[in-house]
Every structure is written in structure tokens, then in C-alpha cells.
Design a protein around this ligand. Structure first.
Ligand SMILES: O=C(O)CCC(=O)C(=O)O
Ligand SMILES: [Fe+2]
Length: 318
């Protein structure tokens, strides 16, 4: 058993796993958003062990919940973009239930894939991109939906089919050590971000200026997405390199296997993924991905789980 000191880990017993499967099955015929609304009002029906793990995850900023129920038998991993997976997969309900423990399950308007639960598998043609669906290249350090002021508070990745050769890497800002001079550089660095290709054309030519490091010095927030950054100066390049070096030194590398749900604070950690060989034959790695927004981070109306794209962009001052 691998021990990760920076990760809150909880493994379900097989009995609890099966009771969670039954709970999800009883909700599978209803819409996910409706189920979550009911849970929000009536409290989550998930067992206490899972809510206790959620509390530890909030403190540690990274959590791993193991032995969750997933679909059996599991269909072959798709490898074509938007190849619809079964719309009522058990795994969608499971990740939605876990996400709702951390906040509101939501997505951002304008994404080409409009569903609340995303499928992440290597896509034929995306091998060398910096999208979650890449494979042959390392996915560089980033936060999810970096450009958006209502970027996810929490990111969830539920593994349906693992690949023993792949590592998801997560680094907490709280573990970074910088000199005063470096901190000054980071605190006054902005990133100019482009909107990535998972969005339709409405926002694609827009640029968003975001602070790299912001907020309470004892609990700083980070925004990083080098692949979509338009660098405006050498000092911006230096600041991003500094953060990436700190992440290389302090990160936790995890290999996800079927039934593992990795959760991390998307405002206080950055993440990356190692390169791997895609087979595009139905056997590839397959994750479900979901975004959760903290009550306190919701500053705009979410309707049916969709947060409007266009808004006045306001960030904390540096
Ligand atoms: O595949 C992974 O482990 C992480 C993927 C990722 O960063 C993403 O989909 O945003
Ligand atoms: Fe990501």
C-alpha cells in the first residue's frame, strides 16, 4: 500500500461500495441535477466515512477515495471526440454525488461538450495537444478553466479504466517555498490567458489577464496555464518557470486505477499528467471529470448546472 502524506485517503469496504452502488442505481433514472438538488435539501445520503474523508480533503487540498462502484461490465473506452457514452452511466451519478459534497456541480457555458460530467480518454488526433484528451505528450502544470473567475473550486477525476504507466501529478501551493524576492515577483505577475479549444468560437479571441499568485499570504491562490498563456515579458516567463520548478520538487504523483476518485482544490493546487501511449482500441485509460464550485465562490447565477460565460471579469487585487 502506497502512503501519500499530502493526500487524504479513504478506501471503501466492499459492503459499503455495494450500498453506494444501490444508492446511485436508485437515482439513475432521474436527472442528475434533480437528484443533487434533493440531496442538497435533505442532506447527502452518502455514508459517514465519505463525509469524514471530505472534511480531511478540504484541509489537505488533495483527496483520494478508493474502491468506489463503477459500471460493470464497462463498455470499451471510446477514442473519438464526442462519441456518446451511455447517457445513464453509473459512474456519472457516482462522481456527481461526490462532487456535490464539495460544492455545486456545474459547467461553464460555451464549452463544446455541454455535459456536467466530462469523459477524459485519449482522443485520436489530440495526441500532442495540451488538452485532457492528449496522450503522447506530458500535460503541463495547470489549473482547470484558468481564465474564468468562477473557475472550479474543486476538480474531481473518477477512474473507470486505469493505465499503470500514467501518473497524475498534483502540487499544493502551501508546500512551495520561495524567497521574499521570488514572492514579490510572483505576487505582481499576471498571466494573459487565451480560451482553450474546448470552447466554441464565442470566447476564442478573448484574452483574460489573471493574477498568478493572489489572496491571503497564509493561504494563497494560484492560476496557471502555460499552454494558453500569451507571455508579455521575460519576468512573466520567469515567474511561471519558478512555479513549475516548485511543483516538480513538491508534487505527489498518483497512479489512478478503476474505482479511484481523485479530488483536489483547483484554486490552491496545480496539476499535470505524464505522457503515455494510446492504443485507440477500447482498452485505453478512461476518467470521468467533474467541477464543483464552493458556496462562497459562487458569485454568479448557475442555471441547471450551467454558469454563464460572459460576465465582467473581476479578480482580487494583487
Ligand atoms: O488525466 C489526468 O490525470 C489529468 C487530466 C487533466 O488534467 C484534465 O483532464 O484536466
Ligand atoms: Fe486538468
Amino acid at each position: 500500500v502506497v502512503k501519500y502524506e499530502k493526500v487524504a485517503i479513504h478506501t471503501l469496504t466492499n459492503d459499503i461500495r455495494e450500498s453506494v452502488r444501490e444508492l446511485a442505481r436508485s437515482d439513475i433514472s432521474l436527472s442528475l441535477v434533480d437528484s443533487l438538488k434533493r440531496w442538497k435539501n435533505g442532506g447527502s445520503p452518502l455514508p459517514n466515512g465519505i463525509t469524514a474523508w471530505r472534511d480531511k480533503t478540504r484541509l489537505k487540498k488533495i483527496g483520494l477515495l478508493r474502491n468506489l462502484p463503477i459500471d460493470t461490465p464497462l463498455q470499451p473506452t471510446p477514442f473519438i471526440r464526442r462519441e456518446r457514452t451511455d447517457p445513464t452511466m453509473l459512474a456519472d451519478v457516482i462522481i456527481g454525488m461526490i462532487a456535490s459534497l464539495f460544492g455545486s456541480l456545474y459547467t461553464i457555458e460555451g464549452k463544446l461538450e455541454s455535459r456536467l460530467i466530462h469523459d477524459i480518454f485519449p482522443i485520436c488526433g489530440d495526441e500532442f495537444t495540451q488538452l485532457g484528451t492528449s496522450s503522447l505528450v506530458e500535460l503541463d502544470w495547470h489549473v482547470e478553466e484558468a481564465f474564468h473567475p468562477s473557475r472550479p473550486s474543486w476538480l474531481l477525476l473518477l477512474c473507470l479504466r486505469g493505465d499503470p504507466g500514467v501518473r497524475t501529478r498534483v502540487a499544493r501551493v502551501m508546500d512551495f517555498r520561495f524567497s521574499d524576492q521570488q514572492l514579490r515577483l510572483l505576487r505582481c505577475s499576471n498571466c494573459t490567458l487565451r480560451v482553450d479549444e474546448t470552447y466554441s468560437s464565442q470566447g476564442s479571441d478573448a484574452e483574460f489577464v489573471v493574477p498568478l499568485l493572489s489572496g491571503d499570504p497564509r493561504d494563497p491562490q494560484i492560476i496557471l496555464d502555460p499552454a494558453y498563456t500569451v507571455f508579455k515579458s521575460d519576468s512573466e516567463v520567469a515567474a511561471v518557470e519558478l512555479v513549475k520548478r516548485a511543483a516538480e520538487k513538491t508534487h505527489t504523483a498518483l497512479n489512478l486505477s478503476a474505482g479511484d476518485c481523485l479530488v483536489f482544490d483547483n484554486r490552491r493546487t496545480i496539476h499535470a499528467r505524464t505522457a503515455f501511449m494510446p492504443h485507440l482500441d477500447g482498452t485505453d485509460r478512461w476518467l470521468k471529470r467533474a467541477y464543483a464550485l464552493d458556496e462562497q465562490d459562487v458569485d454568479i447565477q448557475i442555471r441547471n448546472g450551467v454558469l454563464p460565460f460572459k460576465r465582467q471579469m473581476e479578480y482580487p487585487t494583487l
